[in-house]
Design a protein around this ligand. Structure first.
Ligand SMILES: [Zn+2]
Length: 277
């Protein structure tokens, strides 16, 4: 089965110099976006990928990463919160029955509570990492437990232990969306491969920050480096993604913080693919 529409939108951005994201990227100021996506499934309806910020905005920022971001400042407007974004695309929040999480860092979880009725599909390794520490220790790792603690019964844990970048797990059993393990940025970081009628999209979350980290071999800047749970594993995953891209150059790669992608949806949600039929 094919996904009928695929939209990307931002829930805010931070102004930072480019070198923080791309090594040797220069001092030019960029808008680092906090992106999410909406895939429309013919039977399951609108499916959200990540829930960056709710109506309270980026007030959930963690101690460590959040401390950096707090200093820099996140630009946020009420209409950029995840629910108004979904509504702007013509759906009610109550229609969203499935949320796919790349990982559980605060800039991906702030809006989860506003979708409390949905099922959250999360790599089991990520759920364990995000829930096994004290709330304080979790914050130093970028996890804000308050965002999702009350949603435990809504979590569908995915077992990706046998999955690879080549062969992930078919989430709905119909070939439309595949969960792919991309660990390193966080313990159970997960990418989502989306099948559309005329193309495939690989939403890799924070496994790379800019798409160019994968497609142009750009090196990671300081920000993705300090944000990584394991620099070594994150580096191995990035290398696998580069190889995978060489073998599958037609698949469109999207990341959660790509500046060009953020720029393209600065004025509203970007339809990466909208099936006319
Ligand atoms: Zn992130």
């Amino acid at each position: 089965m094919n996904i009928e529409q695929f939209w990307v939108f931002h829930c805010g951005y931070s102004k930072i110099p480019r070198w923080m994201i791309v090594e040797g990227g220069g001092r030019q100021e960029i808008k680092l976006p906090f992106l999410a996506a909406l895939a429309v499934h013919p039977e399951h309806g609108p499916i959200l990928i990540d829930a960056p910020f709710g109506t309270e905005g980026p007030s959930n920022v963690g101690e460590f990463l959040g401390g950096v971001l707090r200093k820099i400042g996140v630009v946020f407007k009420d209409e950029w919160a995840v629910i108004p974004r979904i509504e702007r695309l013509g759906f009610r929040a109550s229609e969203v029955n499935h949320v796919l999480m790349t990982h559980m860092h605060f800039d991906h979880t702030g809006g989860m509570k506003s979708l409390g009725h949905a099922s959250f599909h999360i790599n089991r390794d990520e759920w364990v990492a995000a829930t096994s520490m004290s709330a304080f220790a979790a914050r130093t790792k970028g996890y804000v437990v308050e965002d999702y603690r009350a949603l435990t019964s809504r979590v569908e844990k995915l077992d990706l232990s046998g999955a690879t970048i080549e062969k992930g797990v078919d989430v709905f059993g119909d070939g439309s969306i595949e969960a792919v393990p991309l660990p390193g940025h966080s313990a159970g970081h997960t990418g989502w491969r989306i099948r559309l009628a005329d193309r495939e999209i690989f939403y890799v979350g924070d496994a790379a920050f800019s798409v160019g980290h994968i497609t142009q071999n750009q090196e990671l800047g300081i920000f993705p480096k300090i944000a990584a749970d394991s620099k070594k594993i994150a580096g191995q995953t990035l290398e696998k993604l580069r190889w995978w891209h060489r073998d599958h150059p037609d698949v469109e790669i999207l990341t959660s913080h790509d500046v060009d992608l953020g720029q393209a949806c600065m004025n509203g949600p970007l339809g990466v693919h909208v099936d006319a039929g």
